[in-house]
Design a protein around this ligand. Sequence first.
Ligand SMILES: Cc1cc2nc3c(=O)[nH]c(=O)nc-3n(C[C@H](O)[C@H](O)[C@H](O)COP(=O)(O)O)c2cc1C
Length: 318
Amino acid sequence: MSTLRTLLGIRRPLLGAPMAGVSGGRLAAAVSRAGGLGFIGGGYGDHDWLVEQLELCDGQPFGVGFITWALARRPELLDLALQARPRAVLLSFGELGDLGRRVRDAGVPLIAQVQTVAQAIGAAHAGADIVVAQGGEAGGHGGWRGTMALVPAVVDAVAPLPVVAAGGIADGRGLAAALMLGASGALCGTAFYACHESLAHDEAKRRLVRASGDDTVKGPIFDWLRGIAWPDGPWSLRTLRNDSTERWGGDLDGLHRTLPEQQKVLERARHCADFDIAPVIAGEAADLVRERRSAETVVADFVQQAARCLGQPWPTLL
Ligand SMILES: Cc1cc2nc3c(=O)[nH]c(=O)nc-3n(C[C@H](O)[C@H](O)[C@H](O)COP(=O)(O)O)c2cc1C
């Protein structure tokens, strides 16, 4: 059975998560330059944006991640991604089905990000080469299982497939813990959100650097406000708390009744970067993101700290 290292051709066991609107070509390239593999976040499927970001990878290896149910509505974007020769395609949130088959037929490693053990088994049967077990601590959409218990359960369920841990991992201690749980590496989003190369707004980065995981909350509010109709499933969106989550968290009926009006409020807030109203999408690992740095520094610190935790010299940490 192939290892994470041989499948992806990486030197460090760290993947930069696909993050819609946040992880573009520059961030993906920076993570890869540091020895991991960075993923462009194909998100909800903007053709021109994806073309632009694929061109920014600067000759570095990269992966492309898609939200599966959104890609199913614009399957031509998968051809676009595959033509750019990614090291891997990562599909999250939905059945792999025909999209997964097309990735495999192109000879590109297929990564499935899952939130439950049952989904992991389904992904293995559907031909995934690597499974990302994503705990509910994650920023963005995620499930309810905690990373600590989910990862070893998925490792056991899909052995000998390589498993990558995600959700709440933002420094070398978390990476070391993931490896001890049987994962072959970690996939991290929140850790890279405030990096110089990330496309997040400066003010959003500033807020994340000051935030704690205590300040995050999960719910459907921002999907409704953004008009994104997520299909039913074991997932919901984790963001920092703000006026919107405080106002509507306990009054979803009220939000539903006044939705068109509130959607305009959100649109205006996004336009003027008012993050008291607009979302900062981040996970419980917010406590561990304390400054804005280059992605290369983040990867180097991650791996050096993990090596210290595990008592192994850094070059052998894979
Ligand atoms: C800002 C942000 C946007 C995200 N967007 C996506 C996405 O478009 N597709 C996806 O599969 N996962 C997305 N995620 C989830 C990541 O793939 C990953 O599971 C998560 O970041 C891992 O947890 P962590 O944030 O604690 O590192 C996003 C996460 C963040 C923080």
